[in-house]
Design a protein around this ligand. Structure first.
Ligand code: PEP
Length: 251
């Protein structure tokens, strides 16, 4: 199955109004017009309206880095799916390891968020991945399948019809340590196999991105693997030339 590649930028808590304008302008002007890769930019919440305006009509999609699992109400500091939709988000990252590990989001909460994003007609980018000690203990597959299964149980396999998965080994995020293409491909193929136990067609069609220190010089090799359909890019997405090279590397 030929899946359209996708590259998503996770800006995390970085940027200023003027830096963002420069970055978006450089990305827009450097992007090859014939690139068939889908591109998503996920800025911090306050910048969504401005980035929506800057991206208008250029084909790059807008995404958010997180969302509440609740619809509305007394949840101070939280942002709902309908608010994200109001500002043109089509994608939402859920279960990023920084949310799981710094803010204590459980598998269950991540699954509720995933379900909420799907119910609002946006595409969740579900992050899965093991910690370093879990990899060293040889339980990577156990961890990833536990995280995935919770979402399947809560949201149902059909909700993956319009979803994206990002495999992000936690030990590779922001550390400069990248999983080798072999290590990444092994887990991607495993994730696809887990989905196939519930639906062959979803397993076949779903995009599985790799994330974890993807850089301009290692992207092409990672993206050349059969089950790696693109990337979720943190640090390197803040440098226009690097991000553009990564986007072109999906060819
Ligand atoms: C991420 O935040 O999802 C990520 C992969 O970060 P980095 O590319 O900086 O490792």
């Amino acid at each position: 199955m030929l899946r359209q590649p996708l590259v998503a930028a996770n800006w995390k808590m970085n940027g200023t109004l003027s830096e963002n304008q420069g970055l978006i302008s450089d990305i827009k002007s450097g992007l090859a017009s014939d690139l068939s890769t889908e591109i998503v930019i996920c800025p911090p919440y306050p910048y969504l309206p401005e980035i929506q305006r800057l991206l208008d009509g250029c084909g790059i999609q807008l995404g958010a880095q997180n969302v509440s699992e609740h619809e509305s109400g007394a949840y101070t500091g939280e942002v709902s799916v309908s608010m994200l939709k109001d500002y043109g988000c089509t994608y939402v990252i859920v279960g990023h390891s920084e949310r799981r590990n710094i803010y204590g989001e459980s598998d269950h909460v991540v699954a509720e968020k995933f379900k909420m994003v799907v119910s609002c007609g946006m595409v969740p980018i579900l992050c899965l991945g093991e910690l370093l000690d879990e990899r060293e203990a040889g339980i990577t597959e156990e961890v990833v399948s536990r995280q995935l299964l919770e979402v399947i149980n809560i949201a149902g396999i059909d909700s993956f019809e319009n979803a994206v998965i990002a495999y992000e080994p936690v030990w590779a995020i922001g550390t400069g340590l990248t999983a080798t293409p072999e290590q990444a491909e092994e887990v991607h193929a495993f994730i696809r196999l887990q989905l196939a136990r519930h639906s062959d067609s979803i397993a076949d069609r779903i995009k599985i991105l790799y994330g974890g220190s993807v850089k301009a010089d290692n992207a092409a090799e990672l993206f050349s693997r059969a089950d790696i359909d693109g990337g979720l890019i943190g640090g390197a997405s803040l440098i226009a030339t690097d991000f553009l090279t990564i986007c072109q590397s999906t060819r």
